[in-house]
Design a binder for this molecule. Sequence first.
Ligand code: AMP
Length: 265
Amino acid sequence: MTSHSAGIGLQIAIESSWYCVITMNSSFCLCRLGGPGAPFYFCSIPLHYHLFMDTARHYIFLGPPGSGKGTQAKELANILGIPHVSTGEIFRDNIARGTELGKKVDELLKAGRLVSDDVTNAVVSNRLKQTDAARGVILDGFPRSLPQAEYLATLSVDVLVVLIELPDDEAVQRISGRRTCSQCGAIYHIEYKPASKSGVCDTCGGELKQRNDETEEVIRGRLSIYHKQTEPLIKFYTSSGQLIRVNGLPPIYEVTAQMWALLKL
Ligand code: AMP
């Protein structure tokens, strides 16, 4: 077995080519198909070790749009068995349902501008009060400004920040090529993950559209907001030793591996 099984652990060879590893210092199973040298597959069988912790730990994902933080955040949430909380998704859901909040933030999202700190803090505060958040959540897209980080610091929770770094031009290329199914929400990319028939979802046949905050012009604006308002958080969390840095350029699975190694999962 390899270094992935570090820590006190239990290894079971189920068949000659399958392994199941349960480590004491982590909360997942991983298995390998194909014998030594084959890649690992992480199984979604969280052991809920958070249930045994006294305090909540929130994981924060920081990074420019297009860095893949949403994908990595969902992966970690799945593995740890704690909720994935994306403020962007909460806003989009409210817009789709036509709520008061949705009406308030609709134009801001279309323009790629940030929702006010007060509104955003209130949304997160409500979400963190829900019972499933008691042992921690994965925060994707929050905090995004110093006042939001300062607000989070008042909540007396343990925080660990994963920063995924990506050059601006790569971010623009990744996002402006994205197409989203207007019916089922499946995401494609005109270059990296094209649909079999241009403009049509492979899964449900829905129309593929470019999100209005994913055009190049809007992305450049979002990147400039990121540099101005969100990047100061890097210093904020680095100085308190709460931040790990991950290179977002390699393929998704490599970024995941870097993250796992640094988080010592
Ligand atoms: P995202 O899906 O994280 O890229 O967020 C989409 C949009 O939602 C952003 O461009 C902002 O308009 C808004 N938004 C999401 N999170 C925040 C936040 N923490 N503070 C302010 N606005 C946010």
